[in-house]
Write a protein that binds this ligand. Structure first.
Ligand SMILES: *[C@@H]1O[C@H](CO)[C@@H](O)[C@H](O)[C@H]1NC(C)=O
Ligand SMILES: *[C@@H]1O[C@H](CO)[C@@H](O)[C@H](O)[C@H]1NC(C)=O
Ligand SMILES: *[C@@H]1O[C@H](CO)[C@@H](O)[C@H](O)[C@H]1NC(C)=O
Ligand SMILES: *[C@@H]1O[C@H](CO)[C@@H](O)[C@H](O)[C@H]1NC(C)=O
Ligand SMILES: *[C@@H]1O[C@H](CO)[C@@H](O)[C@H](O)[C@H]1NC(C)=O
Ligand SMILES: *[C@@H]1O[C@H](CO)[C@@H](O)[C@H](O)[C@H]1NC(C)=O
Ligand SMILES: *[C@@H]1O[C@H](CO)[C@@H](O)[C@H](O)[C@H]1NC(C)=O
Ligand SMILES: *[C@@H]1O[C@H](CO)[C@@H](O)[C@H](O)[C@H]1NC(C)=O
Length: 705
């Protein structure tokens, strides 16, 4: 018996060793650069992008927003270069991409970096200040476009690419694929269960994470990591008022902290770790699933309602509150990524190593061949429209209106708006069926409501194919799209045993959701938000089949029609911040409540001051706060507003007074002793005397047992 165990262990070791040997292929030589830059917008007063809840407006900051850029090129061919950017924003937007590309053109010319080889994927955090989308439907809940936030995003992305460019060096890339368990669930299983091919997969969400490890050519220097894993960044729900990168942003923060030298402040290290979004359309991080908040009972399965009401059916967990859930889901992604990164063996290589294709496609007028449709008939896409389930929202953030998912109800308010927009034609109703049309958004009237010329983008880096899609693919939609690409590559003989395809979701532009044909029939939130009708996914499969074929045959694809340029055509009802004031006899930076003289690990340090509206200055690449520690006879900043342990809070008092509070949740692992600490806040006030920086500071304190 014992001998048997040893024997099996021995055989297993031999087998595993053998496996790693065959995996140890020759490294390809790539040109690699990585860069990071701050994209944080206005952290106060502005509505957050994602849940579409107007009252969810900024009151401060938990973590800064970053753009993380990776340039990967063929060292021998300047034209063969791609740029992958993961940005802490709700999604990629055309109005951002177009401006980013124009500015890159000004800096580098259009040969190196252009619209076709830059991919910009949003992490899908729902806790960023909005108003950056340009199109009406995404900006409506922030009362329009917010130029300062858009500028922060555009500038940060450009700067991150410039930094990556400056860091270019010869390097090699390893890839590893593994499982993240217990970090996502399907939030629309009633739709997923309709899929004919569900029996071919073990789970109703993808657990697979694909990790790329970037290192110098001799393997001695680690450059960065990027990965793809699908999960909505909605661990923080629509009651959170602090700007944050949600579970993806937190995972990046942890990974970068683990790789950069101790003492490196967040966002300032050389090693860059991007947690990229993928086919997360129906994927929630709220692992305990939806429950009726009043009764604790399960919600109605098909409609996600409690007693017919959507707003009572909410998903929670796994933490005791949303901030803990955020850290748990972020940590699980971080730990798996770290493990896959540390154990990566397979090199990306191949001749004709880096390449890309990009087309703009008018999504409203595609003839979809019977080869791709679920009906096995030739079909067409439709003029864009949203169904009633769209207004219901999801169990991650239910809508405030009287709608339910997958129901054909009518509501006078939306009927009115809909009638004002445009009345759907009989042909559109037939085309979109069974979607009951709530909003007919397929027209420019007077601003673009949703984009309809959409970017399709495909990168090849050695054996890896990255598919840039402008929206939220559900689990099964993503699987089918990957399969279509694999089949196209098999047909041309380009597919090898270690070829691999990943979806980069929410890239470059935003067109809401893409469900399968079967999921569409259910008309839950995701189906109702599939803009171009039941054959939208099949249309994607068709264009990507063509694109993958042409890429592997080294043929060109059509550039397609130019998307509508929304720059200069946006609307805004957002007022600028009012002038700052302080109570009579006070100055900006005067303490309201100071810290105690001593704390214990696990305590929360809190200090508040009379300050100003943080909208006056974004403090880009800086911080609104520092925790300083007195070491070797000098004050050393150890934490910034980007650290998860600190919170920067803003509160309006009276008409024009701002109370700034900084909190530090001292970790239980913090060393104790005689060292002095203090908390500083920096701000910019704006009043009749103009803009001026002010500094504020707490008393000294110690951390003792
Ligand atoms: C890049 O900038 C040049 C000079 O302004 C301009 O002529 C050219 O059209 C631009 N290229 C692209 C692709 O925008
Ligand atoms: C958000 O999460 C908090 C727990 O942190 C919970 O009390 C609250 O009910 C949740 N609200 C919504 C709308 O999900
Ligand atoms: C789609 O097919 C119709 C009918 O055959 C044709 O008139 C139309 O031009 C086609 N559209 C596109 C975009 O190819
Ligand atoms: C779809 O259209 C193509 C080209 O027009 C045609 O060859 C094919 O037979 C059609 N398929 C069906 C199922 O009608
Ligand atoms: C939805 O409502 C419309 C208009 O009232 C009606 O024509 C249609 O048949 C309904 N659809 C379903 C699936 O009940
Ligand atoms: C692919 O096509 C481009 C443009 O036509 C050409 O410059 C390049 O040499 C081709 N590459 C290979 C590997 O054939
Ligand atoms: C700070 O001091 C106040 C007043 O003495 C006390 O009530 C409070 O509990 C202290 N806070 C901490 C975290 O020690
Ligand atoms: C805080 O500590 C520093 C360093 O020892 C010292 O210079 C400073 O005077 C202290 N501040 C107060 C208010 O005691």
């Amino acid at each position: 018996m014992k001998i048997g165990v040893y024997l099996w262990t021995f055989i297993l070791i031999v087998l595993c060793t053998d496996y790693t040997v065959t995996q140890q292929n020759d490294p390809g030589k790539f040109l690699i650069g990585a860069g990071i830059y701050d994209v944080t917008g206005q952290v106060a007063e502005i509505g957050f992008m994602g849940y579409a809840v107007p009252k969810q407006r900024g009151r401060g900051l938990l973590q800064r927003m970053r753009s993380r850029a990776f340039i990967i090129g063929d060292p021998n061919k300047e034209a063969n270069r791609v740029v992958y950017v993961s940005v802490d924003n709700g999604m990629g937007f055309q109005i951002i991409k177009t401006e980013v590309v124009d500015r890159l053109n000004k800096t580098f010319g259009s040969k190196l970096y252009n619209d076709k080889n830059v991919l910009m994927s949003g992490t899908h955090t729902h806790s960023t200040p909005g108003g950056t989308g340009g199109t009406a439907l995404v900006d409506i809940t922030t009362f329009g476009f917010v130029k300062e936030n858009w500028e922060a995003c555009v500038n940060g992305i450009v700067q991150s690419i410039i930094r990556a460019h400056k860091n270019l060096q010869l390097g090699r890339i390893k890839m590893n694929v593994g499982q993240v368990d217990n970090a996502n669930i399907n939030r629309s299983p009633a739709s997923y269960d309709n899929n004919m091919d569900k029996g071919e997969y073990p789970d109703n969400t993808d657990h697979e994470m694909t990790v790329l490890r970037f290192e110098s050519i001799d393997g001695k220097e680690e450059i960065g990591m990027m990965n793809f894993y699908p999960v909505h960044a909605v661990s923080l729900n629509n009651t959170n008022l602090l700007v944050a990168g949600d579970n993806k942003g937190y995972a990046s923060y942890l990974f970068e902290k683990s790789k950069n030298p101790p003492g490196t402040l967040p966002g300032q290290g050389k090693f860059i770790a991007a947690f990229g979004q993928s086919n997360e359309g129906d994927v929630s991080p709220n692992l305990m699933g939806p429950k009726c908040i009043d009764t604790g009972l399960p919600c109605d399965y098909a409609t996600s309602t409690c007693n017919g009401r959507t707003e009572k059916c909410i998903a929670f967990g796994p933490g005791k509150n949303m901030y803990e859930s955020n850290e748990i889901i972020g940590t699980r992604q971080f730990e798996t990524a770290k493990n896959l990164y540390d154990n990566a063996q397979l090199f990306l290589n191949g001749n004709y190593m880096v390449d890309y294709r990009h087309s703009y496609v008018d999504m409203q007028t595609i003839n979809v061949s019977s080869r791709f449709t679920s009906t096995k008939r030739n079909e067409t896409t439709c003029q864009a429209a949203l169904g009633y389930g769209f207004a219901a929202g999801t169990t991650d953030g239910p809508g405030d209106f009287d709608f339910t998912q997958s129901e054909n109800s009518t509501n006078p308010f939306w009927q009115f708006v809909a009638g004002f927009l445009a009345r759907p034609t009989q042909q559109q109703i037939r085309c979109q069926a069974p979607k009951p049309i709530l909003l007919d958004v397929g027209l420019i009237k007077p601003v673009e409501w949703v984009p309809f010329v959409l970017p399709h983008q495909l990168f090849r880096i050695g054996q890896l194919y990255i598919v840039g899609v402008p929206g939220e693919f559900t689990t099964m939609s993503g699987r089918r799209l990957k399969l279509a690409i694999k089949q196209a590559l098999q047909n041309t003989g380009a597919w090898t045993s270690d070829s691999h395809v990943v979806i980069a979701g929410l890239s470059n532009s935003y067109s809401h959701y893409i469900t399968t044909y079967e999921e569409y029939q259910q008309q839950r939130y995701e189906g109702a938000s599939t803009l171009y009708g039941p054959h939208t996914l099949a249309a994607y499969e068709q264009t990507f089949d063509d694109m993958a074929t042409k890429l592997s045959l080294n043929q060109s694809v059509p550039s397609g029609p130019q998307p509508y340029d929304m720059r200069g055509k946006t609307f805004s009802f957002v007022l600028p911040p009012i002038w700052d004031g302080v109570p009579f006899g006070k100055k900006f930076g005067d303490v309201i409540t100071d810290v105690n003289s001593s704390y214990k690990p696990g305590d929360t340090v809190r200090c508040s001051w009379w300050g100003a509206n943080p909208r006056n200055d974004l403090f880009t690449e800086k911080s609104y706060l520092y925790v300083d520690r007195f070491m070797n006879q000098q004050w050393v900043p150890i934490l910034t507003d980007d650290d998860i342990e600190t919170r920067f809070l803003w509160e309006r008092k009276g008409l024009d007074h701002s109370v700034i509070t900084v909190e530090w949740n001292i970790p239980t692992t913090q060393p104790t002793g005689n060292d002095l600490y203090r908390i500083r806040h920096l701000g910019v006030k704006n009043n009749i005397l103009g803009r001026q920086q002010y500094n504020a500071q707490s008393r000294n304190f110690t951390i003792t047992n």
